[in-house]
Design a protein around this ligand. Structure first.
Ligand code: ZN
Length: 92
C-alpha cells in the first residue's frame, strides 16, 4: 500500500487521495491571443518524467486540501511535500 503524507493530516493510505496531475502548470495570461497549437499545448501537453516529478494531490477523503508532492516515478517514493504557495519539507 502506498502511503502519502498530507501536510495537514499526516500519513494516510493512498486510497484517501486523488492525483491532480503535473504541478506548476501556469494558465496563459491572454488566452484570446493564443494559437490553437499554443492552447492545445497548455491544455494537453504534459511531461512524462522518468525520475522525480512535481505533482498535485488532494486529500479527498480527509481535509480536502490540495498540496504539491515530489515523487520519483521509478520507485513511487515521495521525496518532498509542500502546501501550495509555501515552501515544503522533505518526506520522512
Ligand atoms: Zn489532509
Amino acid at each position: 500500500m502506498l502511503v502519502i503524507q498530507c501536510p495537514w493530516c499526516g500519513e494516510r493510505a493512498e486510497t484517501e487521495f486523488n492525483y491532480g496531475g503535473e504541478a506548476d502548470i501556469v494558465r496563459p495570461a491572454d488566452t484570446e491571443q493564443l494559437s490553437d497549437r499554443e492552447w492545445g499545448d497548455y491544455v494537453f501537453m504534459r511531461k512524462n518524467t522518468f525520475g522525480v516529478h512535481r505533482e498535485q494531490w488532494v486529500h479527498t477523503h480527509g481535509c480536502r486540501r490540495w498540496f504539491i508532492a515530489e515523487r520519483d516515478t521509478r520507485s513511487y517514493q515521495f521525496t518532498h511535500y509542500e502546501t501550495i504557495g509555501e515552501s515544503g519539507k522533505e518526506a520522512s
